[in-house]
Design a binder for this molecule. Sequence first.
Ligand SMILES: Nc1ncnc2c1ncn2[C@@H]1O[C@H](COP(=O)(O)OP(=O)(O)O)[C@@H](O)[C@H]1O
Ligand SMILES: [Mg+2]
Length: 343
Amino acid sequence: MRRDGTASSGIQEEERQFEAALRPTSLSDFAGQPQVLENLSIAIEAARRRGEAMDHVLLCGPPGLGKTTLAGIIAHELGAEIDQTAGPVLQKKVDLTGILTTIKPRQVFFIDEIHRLMPDIEEILYSALEDFRLDILIGSGPGARTHSMSLPHFTAVGATTRQGLLSAPLRGRFGLVLRLEPYDEQTLTAIVNRSAGLLSVSITGEGAHEIARRARGTPRIANRLLRRVRDFAQVRAEGHIDERIAKAALDLLQVDHFGLDEVDRKIMLTVIEKYGGGPVGLSTIAASIDEQPDTIEEVYEPYLMQLGFLDRTARGRVATLRAFDYFGITRRARPGDLQNPLF
Ligand SMILES: Nc1ncnc2c1ncn2[C@@H]1O[C@H](COP(=O)(O)OP(=O)(O)O)[C@@H](O)[C@H]1O
Ligand SMILES: [Mg+2]
């Protein structure tokens, strides 16, 4: 068992190694997210010039967009060591105090899934992040006393897919809160090309683009699809991936043309079929498909909005004409349509 709690069963371990091999290690290798990168590079450079620990950073965004990768990059760029853990792994106070007491000056301490910390553990983190102070209870019963120890200045990097679940006091302790957005096709194409290069796979620009288009705006999915397409090409096309081979492989895998997964489809079909395209409230959608509202909002909607399938309006979620077209459903005429010069 690793510290982040994932059991290393065969397939998972192989997947992890594959991901690790493709993980960018420096800011210049990391594609896309220009605003996040600019903020980070300023914070890193400032910390380097002052010779101090960098401010704590919170990275938010859907799975597979590069949060863990960025934590590693921050440590690398700061020339600092990294120690990592995850919210669900820290079960007892001593799990966290144990790590904190061994932390070194200017080190990076990465806490994945930080929204899943237990409340009493979160509390220890408050003073550690704010004042670099750790209060430990020594002994028990009436003789117990608190010992306060000071910690070296370090940089906490928190990652979360569900920013909405984070308590305000915890969020407030991060000087830099950065949100990752789904990637556009062009950036994903560059990522697929880079990965193909690292894996010594021969691929055309169109082949890379086809994989990128179906990757749901997510580098992790792009890399996984590349791996599957590589297998297909090995058997059917002497290892070379062009547009035709990529299409054939992805169709065989039944990967949706826009990379939509089952939950994406459920969300869109609920809005379109059950609520006539909306507007419909987030909590109503959530109840219909039995998901948490904040999961829909933070994990699924960013991509559906980037695709131009879903709009957030003051009155609720609305499916666009593009989404109706994609699902092959005709939208009933609306008052607003009359203003369209095409009618
Ligand atoms: N901007 C990027 N450029 C290149 N590869 C990326 C980028 N973001 C993520 N990846 C790749 O996607 C995979 C998943 O990234 P990861 O950092 O583990 O995502 P998260 O922690 O947000 O779930 C990694 O293997 C990494 O190589
Ligand atoms: Mg991660």
